[in-house]
Each structure stands twice: as C-alpha cells, then as structure tokens.
Design a protein around this ligand. Structure first.
Ligand SMILES: Nc1ncnc2c1ncn2[C@@H]1O[C@H](COP(=O)(O)OP(=O)(O)OP(=O)(O)O)[C@@H](O)[C@H]1O
Length: 319
C-alpha cells in the first residue's frame, strides 16, 4: 500500500524556488529517508506532506488524503516530531504526554508508552531536566501518542552524541517494527545507511536520486578497490582478464585492483585457482558519504569530512 505519493511538488518562497518538481512515493512499513545539503528543500517537502505548508503545484496523497484539503484529518493519523522549542521547559514528562494524547480521538495509553520506552522513572521530570537522549525518547513518544500510521522525523538525532544517536536508531527501528511507516529527514549518512530502506537525495530543490542506500552507492560510485600482497609472483594478466577488473597496479610486493560488481570474489577466486594467498587483504568499499558527494558535489552536512572511499568500512583480513 502506498502511504505517501508526491507528484511534481513545487514550493516557492517569494521568488526563491525551494522545491522544484519533486516526485516520490513511500510504501507502508518503509523507513524512507530524505537526504540533501543544507537548504536543499527537505523540511519544505516534509512540511507539504504533513499539510503544514501549502504546495504551489503538484499532487500529494498521504494516507489517501490531500494534505492541502484534509490537513486536519491527516494530522490525526500521522505523528509529527516536535522541535525542542515547542515544549515548555517546566512541563513534566507525563504532562506533555497527557496533553498531546488529548489531541487525538484514539490515543495510545501514554502510561504504557512510558514503560515501553523506558522513561517511567522520569515521569515527573520537567522537560528541561531531561538528557539529550531522554528528550529524543520523549519526542518519539509524543509522535506515537496518537497511534499514528505514519511518523515524520526531521533531524531527530542532530545534536546528539554518537552513542545517543545509535540508541535513537534502535528506537526508530522499534517504531517501524510496530507497523508504522517512517519518513526521516537526516544529515547523517550512517543513519540513512543503517535505517532507511530507500533514500531520496535532493539538491537545490530537485530530486537527484531515489534508491536503496546500497543501490545509490553502486550507482553513484561503482568502483571498489581490493589490495593485497600475493604469496607468490603474480602475472598481472590473470587479473586484467577478469570482466570485473578495470585497473591493476603493482607497487613492490603490493597489488591494487580496481573494478566493480563482485570484485572481491572474482579476484580471490582467480588467486585460489593459482594457489596464491592474498596476504594483508583489504577491501575499500565506497560509502553513502561517497555517493552523496558524487551525486550532489558537496560533502554531507553531518560528515566528518574524510575524503575518498571510506576507510572505516574497509574490511581488514590477513591471509
Ligand atoms: N519560510 C521561508 N521563507 C523564505 N525562505 C525559506 C523559508 N523556509 C525555507 N526557506 C528557504 O527555502 C530553501 C529550502 O529550505 P528547507 O528548510 O526546506 O531546506 P532543508 O533542506 O530542510 O535545509 P536544512 O538541511 O538546512 O535544514 C532554503 O533556501 C531556505 O532558506
């Protein structure tokens, strides 16, 4: 079932075109990510989906409703993550949940949510006294308190330390496991790669690509590299003859093979056939960061800025 269907969405602020001809659809049960550089139009897009902003052109169907005409009805069926500034500092956790559940016809039992999300001990704590991770937990609970079919999370983990961010990913996976579709705006490539079934990359208001994280990577940065030290002299032609291989370079005892497809398997199979062991074997696989750079020409806003194929994702093996 299609939960979100957006066709040719356009939104202008004065003479500035923030979103230009954006089309995408999200299926029930998906975690769908929107990635893009600062100012790309991500928030504008999700606010049009939520019916909080009025699209200038295009057609939108969310849970079968038109957000422009049926915004109110729609917002009873979707969970929208609040921003920190929208919760009064002195409001206690239980008060925030109780207040928000009163907005819905068939709210979830917020006492159960408190138990389920491990915040029961903080029930009487004012919002301002919660840690960053506890606040994120509360934001998710507030988005879930109306028993929504779709949850929209816009940069939920921005400002969190890496551990709290990882903890929040588990919570988002739990939301989906509960049968809720998730629309996620994020700056973090690792987050998109770990959580999203599909990702839409937008740049300057336009869709650059929509695919699974691995599909984006292989489409945008198809080349991989395999490096090793062969246990015996190696005839370069054994490798250059493989269809997966695009380039081979040999420096001293070190061999570097570039290519695509199932490169590692192709290289190790040919070595095994010639009784050569690949010592110090290293595989550099491109990451979603690399794909983002290739697709948009800019570094992801949440990235650490390391250039080239991601070392952190390299597989290290000794043979
Ligand atoms: N209310 C507004 N009035 C005028 N311009 C706006 C308004 N809201 C957003 N914009 C502009 O529209 C463009 C898209 O903004 P939007 O917030 O949708 O981008 P974004 O991808 O969510 O950015 P970020 O990653 O920085 O949050 C930006 O150039 C922004 O400055």
């Amino acid at each position: 079932m299609t939960v979100i269907d957006v066709r040719n969405l356009r939104k202008e602020y004065g003479r500035h075109v923030a979103v230009d001809d954006v089309s995408f659809s999200v299926e029930a049960g998906e975690i769908f990510g929107i990635l893009g550089p600062n100012g790309a139009g991500k928030t504008t897009t999700v606010e049009c989906v939520e019916g909080l902003r009025r699209a200038d052109a295009g057609t939108l169907k969310v849970l079968g409703l038109d957000p422009r005409a049926d915004g109110k009805r729609l917002r009873r069926r979707i969970g929208i993550q609040l921003q920190e500034s929208q919760i009064p500092e002195r409001l206690k956790v239980w008060e925030a949940l109780d207040l928000h559940s009163s907005f819905y016809d068939t709210p979830a039992d917020w006492r159960r949510l408190l138990d389920d999300w491990g915040l029961a001990a903080k029930r009487d704590t004012p919002f301002a006294k919660l840690s960053g991770g506890q606040k994120q937990r509360l934001f998710i609970m507030l988005a879930l308190v109306g028993s929504p079919e779709l949850v929209v999370l816009d940069e939920l983990t921005t400002g969190l330390d890496p551990q709290a961010r990882r903890d929040t990913w588990e919570l988002i996976e739990r939301v989906r496991a509960g049968g809720v579709t998730v629309l996620l705006v994020t700056h973090f490539m690792e987050e998109a790669e770990r959580l999203c079934d599909r990702v839409m990359v937008i740049d300057a208001g336009r869709v650059v690509a929509v695919d699974s994280p691995s599909g984006l990577i292989s489409r945008a940065v198809p080349e991989q590299r395999v490096r090793f030290r062969p246990s015996a002299p190696l005839d370069e032609r054994l490798l250059t003859g493989l269809p997966e291989v695009t380039r081979v370079s040999m420096t001293g005892t070190r061999v570097e093979v570039s290519g695509n497809g199932d490169l590692l398997h192709a290289v190790t199979s040919v070595l095994a056939r010639h009784q050569i062991v690949a010592g110090d074997l290293r595989v550099d696989q491109p990451s979603l960061d690399d794909a983002f750079v290739a697709l948009t020409g800019s570094r992801p806003p949440g990235s650490s800025g390391s250039p080239g194929a991601s070392e952190s994702r390299s597989a290290h093996r000794r043979g």
